[in-house]
Write a protein that binds this ligand. Structure first.
Ligand code: A3P
Length: 317
């Protein structure tokens, strides 16, 4: 339903009629502050900008779609949950809900329909939210307030493309043309694109303000999970104690949040998001380099050239 226009206020309809727009294989995209959105999502972004009241203790998990958002959410939930002295008989939150149900998206869920969310002030701190918006839009409601903690997860764009292709096929229940998805990613005209500017917006901020913005990489989370989980815990202000490290807490959290474990849980096999997306579609292979099975050498070359041009030796890769 993010692709549709049924959430748009009259004010937004008038406003976006002057925005650059493009019709892709799903629907209309509009460019706002340099980023492309489907109409209902854009309404969510505008509502968020108008109504979100940040708290300094907030934590925002940010990503470009298909970069490891679900995994990052699960790890963050598990890291905080371990601090609670719950009895071992209690169901872990990850067993009763999908990570996306526990950590909602600001623009896709919470502010999708309205800019007034007074109920959010009642949440206990730290409040944990997520977003696919680029940094410069996310920071709008902060005005002169101090920034809260933000964790950004970045992934090899070629794997993002393949993951997105599978996800779109599942979402639309038809075979999406890989070539058009590739073109849209390369040109930047796609939902939450351009990819490069998205990554750079967080990358630059993480260099300027490393205490407030943590830049993580999906590939590093796969290759050195224990070090990355510890890094995340430290950044979030809940580092592992020596005792925890000795008793295998880090491994327990990694196992709990593994793709195999999460995807096998009943809630993730049968549940759906409030937007009717089956939770199961957030779990697939979870491998690094799956693009080799899907992209032609020409596609790879084109992406490599864009990366070189966009990052120009001073980007995250
Ligand atoms: P693949 O399609 O390459 O398998 P997002 O969560 O941002 O939507 O990204 C989805 C991608 O993350 C999918 O990649 C999915 O399989 C992978 N993923 C989901 N949960 C994961 C987990 N617990 N560990 C590792 N990868 C995970």
């Amino acid at each position: 339903r993010h692709f549709r226009e049924d959430n748009l206020s009259q004010e937004t309809k008038t406003l976006i009629s002057s925005f650059p727009s493009y019709k892709d294989y799903i629907g209309n995209l509009y460019n706002y502050r340099g980023c492309w959105y489907y109409p209902n999502t854009l309404q969510g972004v505008l509502n968020f900008e108008k109504g979100f009241k940040p708290q300094e203790t907030d934590i925002i998990l940010a990503s470009f779609p298909k970069s490891g958002t679900t995994w990052l959410k699960a790890l963050t939930i598990a890291l905080f949950e371990r601090l609670k002295n719950n009895s071992s008989n209690d169901l872990h939150p990850l067993q009763s809900d999908n990570p996306h149900g526990i950590v909602p998206f600001l623009e896709l869920n919470l502010y999708l329909k309205s800019s007034t969310r007074d109920d959010l002030t009642k949440l206990s701190s730290p409040r944990v939210f997520s977003t696919h918006m680029p940094f410069h839009t996310l920071q709008v409601p902060f005005k002169d307030d101090p920034l809260c903690k933000i964790v950004y997860v970045c992934r090899n764009v070629k794997d993002v493309l393949v993951s997105l292709w599978y996800f779109r096929c599942a979402q639309l229940q038809k075979e999406v043309d890989m070539e058009s998805l590739f073109e849209s990613l390369c040109s930047g005209v796609g939902s939450f694109g351009p990819f490069w500017e998205h990554v750079l917006s967080y990358w630059r901020r993480s260099l300027e303000d490393p205490k407030k913005v943590l830049f993580m990489r999906y590939e590093e989370m796969k290759s050195e999970p224990s070090a990355q989980v510890k890094r995340l815990a430290e950044f979030l202000g809940c580092p592992f104690t020596e005792e925890e490290e000795k008793d295998g807490s880090v491994d327990k959290i990694m196992e709990l949040c593994s793709l195999r474990n999460l995807s096998g849980m009943e809630i993730n096999k049968s549940g759906k998001t409030c937007n009717n997306v089956p939770y199961s579609s957030f779990f697939r292979k979870g491998e690094v380099g799956d693009f080799k099975n899907h992209l032609t050498p020409e596609m790879e070359n084109k992406i490599d050239m864009i990366i070189q041009e966009k990052y120009n030796g001073s980007g995250p890769v």
